[in-house]
Design a protein around this ligand. Structure first.
Ligand code: PEP
Ligand code: MN
Length: 625
């Protein structure tokens, strides 16, 4: 039963209600929520609700149908956000808990912690007391391990989550840990649950190997019902099924089920859930996509030598990759994972353009990002035509050698690719489509070359700009400009350069059988390049128009042109100015606009604009990406 309180209830009224609950032989637990606050009546089954209904400050008395009350959404409709210092679990941010299965020794743990903190992980995991299936396996370092975890917290600022296995160790573990973990094997150790409630530290409650969601929520209720600890985090870690291909079956169904039934935050552990290193990343991404508030990941600097759970532990490089993927996927489901601070807005993703079976010209070697964009637009089966320069891509299209060309025009980190804007004015072609591609850069070298041996980097100026933060960490490297990312990989291979590396896509590394020294070196994972498709003939339809024009040199001239779009209710999506070659201090304005477009609207807009411009060219009307 729950007693729903009137908003703004007086303290004396609340105390009288709590006293009445005690008199009835039950315990009152106050649950304060954003939408409403309630007093839950815990313990006695035969309480008559009528005795509370008339008390001052009571809005309503309700029976709760569930065997768990305090954990239920009925009692508290709004999400519980568990705060551990400056880290929140259950809010907009996704949390990542990472660390080794067990604390093995000081050096290994501190090294792991330093690297995880540098990657942006906020909660460090690691078992000091280990529940091992075999009594002969490593049982953990005990209190010594807890001290090492506390030392790691001191030096990195990360919070610490670690398992407590026995009720008489709760006080000890709580002295060192920020979050107490109750392991799967102990989910129904009721004495342990009650003891954990006493210390008032957040509890991470793992799902038992064969526990139903309802049993799990009742275990959480044991902690909540004491009225002393409301900070429970649920952790799905896989259940025992008939399947043997994986260590457990990660029940991602539990995530939406729990979010519907309980206000408590839900974290997913794909490491124990799969037991296999290569399955951890996809299932972690799936967990966040399913709505998990965080993930718990096992990792190790040298997994093959781990004392426990090596086969499911990620290397630290793999943790870095996972974090970047999570950071990119979180906004798709309305969440965030902040590994650093500022973010450019994420563009919408929708492929859409012309289709064709003939070769598509692109600048660079096979494996270039432009080729990837061409595949994204035209499909994997498209024939592509590698071309040395942007100008030659235009020439191939104008001459009819290739019906289409694909060209980068702007990047979210590096800015506009101006040369292509200029070439769009010079050549008689039309933009017929566009796409946006996420660009992940790798540092690529010959097999056997180690990072310490690298002295020279071959990089496209755009790629170097996108990886500026990484390159700054290596001030001794000389950066050599090239205009072909994949081509520079090929060149390093052909020349057998032992001290050189290139910045290009991982596809380029695979294509030329080269080694990836580091993946994901772009300064921000939200790194997108917009590519356009050009052709000789205009596209038949679209919802986006690109134009370029020049205005007379008099006050208000640019304003007059912009007014045309405003009056017609057209949405201006881009305005960029470029100097006109041979006419110092005169500029061209490149404009993109969107709206309900048909030939008549475009023609009328162009007619209006002509009155206020000295030069105007329609670059294309095409479907927006
Ligand atoms: C752990 O996280 O270290 C662990 C032992 O997990 P589980 O209790 O889920 O098996
Ligand atoms: Mn483990």
């Amino acid at each position: 039963m729950i007693i729903v309180l009137r908003p703004g209830i007086a303290e004396a009224e609340l105390q009288a209600i709590e006293e009445a609950v005690r008199k009835a032989g039950a315990s009152p637990v106050l649950v304060e929520g954003r939408e409403r606050s309630v007093v839950a009546v815990i313990g006695a089954s035969k309480v008559d609700e009528r005795q509370f209904e008339l008390l001052p400050g009571v809005s309503q008395v309700l029976r709760v149908g569930k065997p768990y009350k305090l954990a239920s959404r009925e009692v508290k409709p709004d999400d519980t956000v568990v705060r551990v210092g400056d880290v929140s679990i259950g809010g907009e941010q996704i949390v990542v808990m990472a660390g080794p299965c067990s604390v093995e020794n000081r050096k290994m743990l501190l090294e792991t912690a330093d690297r995880l903190a540098a990657l942006g992980v906020t909660i460090l995991r690691g078992g000091a007391f280990k529940p091992r299936t075999s009594p002969y396996a490593f049982q953990g370092m005990g209190e010594e391990g807890l001290k090492i975890l506390a030392e790691a917290r001191e030096r990195t600022g990360m919070k610490v989550v670690t398992e407590v296995m026995a009720p008489d160790k709760v006080e000890l573990v709580a002295r060192y840990a920020d979050i107490l973990q109750i392991g799967a094997r102990n989910m129904q150790n009721f004495d342990l649950l009650k003891e954990c409630a006493e210390v008032r530290k957040p509890v991470l409650l793992k799902r038992g190997l064969s526990a139903t969601i309802e049993e799990w929520l009742q275990a959480a209720e044991y902690i909540l019902s004491t009225g002393k600890n409301r900070d429970v985090i649920l952790c799905e870690r896989g259940i025992r099924t008939f399947e043997t291909a994986t260590r457990n079956t990660l029940d991602l169904n539990a995530v939406p089920v729990l979010h519907e039934r309980t206000h408590l935050p839900v974290v997913v552990d794909p490491s124990h859930g799969t037991g296999v290193r290569t399955y951890v990343e996809p299932m972690a991404l799936a967990a966040v996509a399913a709505g998990a508030d965080g993930v718990m990941i096992e990792c190790h600097p040298d997994p093959d030598r781990a004392l426990s759970d090596g086969p499911q532990s990620l290397t630290l490089e793999l943790v870095g990759r996972l974090l970047r993927e999570l950071e990119a996927i979180a906004p798709v489901v309305g969440r965030r994972l902040d590994l650093s601070t500022k973010r450019p807005p994420r563009p919408a993703r929708r492929a859409g353009a012309a289709a064709g079976s003939d070769a598509v010209a692109f600048q660079g070697e096979h494996g270039a990002f432009s080729e990837k964009a061409a595949r994204q637009i035209f499909g994997d089966g498209v024939r592509t035509s590698p071309t040395p320069s942007f100008r030659e891509v235009f020439e191939k299209v104008v001459s009819g050698e290739c019906p289409y060309g694909v060209l980068p025009v702007e990047n979210t980190l590096g800015g506009s690719i101006h040369q292509n804007f200029d070439l769009l004015v010079e050549f008689d072609v039309r933009i017929v489509g566009e796409t946006k591609l996420r660009v992940v850069h790798s540092l690529i070298a010959n097999r056997g070359t180690r990072l310490e041996q690298v002295r020279r980097i071959y990089a496209h100026p755009q790629a170097a700009a996108q990886c500026e933060r990484f390159l700054r960490q290596h001030p001794s490297w000389s950066i050599l400009q090239v205009y072909d990312t994949a081509g520079s990989v090929k060149m390093i291979k052909e020349e057998k350069l032992a001290d050189a590396a290139a910045i290009a896509s991982s596809e380029a590394a695979r294509r030329f059988d080269m080694e990836i020294l580091k993946e994901g070196i772009e300064s921000d994972p939200q790194n997108y390049t917009r590519f356009i498709v050009i052709a000789r003939e205009p596209a038949r339809s679209g919802d986006k128009v690109s134009l370029v024009y020049a205005t007379p040199n008099r006050p208000g001239a640019l304003f007059r042109t912009l007014e045309v779009f405003a009056r017609r209710g057209l949405d201006l999506t881009k305005l960029e100015s470029r100097p006109i070659a041979g006419k110092p201090w005169e500029y061209l304005f490149y404009v993109d606009f969107r709206g309900e477009l048909d030939e008549k609207v475009v023609a009328a807009t162009v007619k209006d604009l002509k009155e206020h411009t000295t030069f105007l060219k329609v670059l294309g009307c095409y479907p927006a990406a």
